[in-house]
Design a protein around this ligand. Sequence first.
Ligand SMILES: NC(=O)c1ccc[n+]([C@@H]2O[C@H](COP(=O)([O-])OP(=O)(O)OC[C@H]3O[C@@H](n4cnc5c(N)ncnc54)[C@H](OP(=O)(O)O)[C@@H]3O)[C@@H](O)[C@H]2O)c1
Length: 242
Amino acid sequence: MNLYIITGSSKGIGKAIAEELLKDENNQVVGVSRTCSIKHPNYRHQPMDFSDVEAVEHNLQKIFLPYPEATKLVLINNAGVVGDIGYVGEKMPNERFEFVFDVNVIVPAMLMNSFLEVYQQHAAQKVVVNISSGAGKYPVDGWASYCASKAAIDMLSQTVQLEQDKRGTGVKIYALSPGVVDTPMQGQIRASDVSKFSTVEKFRQYKENNELAAPEEVGRKVAHFLQNTDKYTEVIVSVRDM
Ligand SMILES: NC(=O)c1ccc[n+]([C@@H]2O[C@H](COP(=O)([O-])OP(=O)(O)OC[C@H]3O[C@@H](n4cnc5c(N)ncnc54)[C@H](OP(=O)(O)O)[C@@H]3O)[C@@H](O)[C@H]2O)c1
């Protein structure tokens, strides 16, 4: 049995990955998000709000059950928020930085930490996929906290892979960019004001010109990637190359 823990499984990319994996009866999925939208015999939902870090800490053991029968254990840190779009120093409430970092960085780091510790002695093949973004590699005006949070995810992934290599555990860690995908997050991006985000029109054009990837297509590519991780030696990977 392969066990996949996927955060942000209620919509968008996370839901598409979960639904693709559930097509194989050998796969079990644990989904973690505030809401639940999947019903399947091999799916278990764990409600959690990542903006409440204390509550997440108290409930970590509900996610990482022993699963002694698993031959593969995978954590997909997918849940993410773009946060308030706007320029730093222009009526940006300070607590919004905390919100974006809690959901996009702090909780994924906590989950990765718990996953590696709880399953340290487990004989299963272990993989962690942290969903990153091109926005972690270049600045986008109006997205300061989002860009910074995804850059943090890239470096977190690279550092933890280095540590796993030093320990010789065989655990694989990836920071995976999904491309530009037609999800509710893109809807929020398109709805923003050009005075707070100069390239908003480009994102509206992606939708109008049908240039956004379908979540189902990304779900299929990520599921295929997860079956072929031996071919991917770099930590930073992109769905565009799959
Ligand atoms: N779409 C793109 O073009 C794109 C491009 C690059 C990278 N990404 C990355 O891909 C990942 C998925 O994005 P998406 O486009 O699929 O986003 P989405 O459609 O907005 O879905 C986000 C998911 O995260 C969960 N989530 C949000 N806030 C949460 C919270 N406070 N606690 C727990 N779960 C929370 C949501 O579940 P609930 O609302 O049920 O809690 C939902 O399932 C993100 O990390 C994003 O940064 C997306």
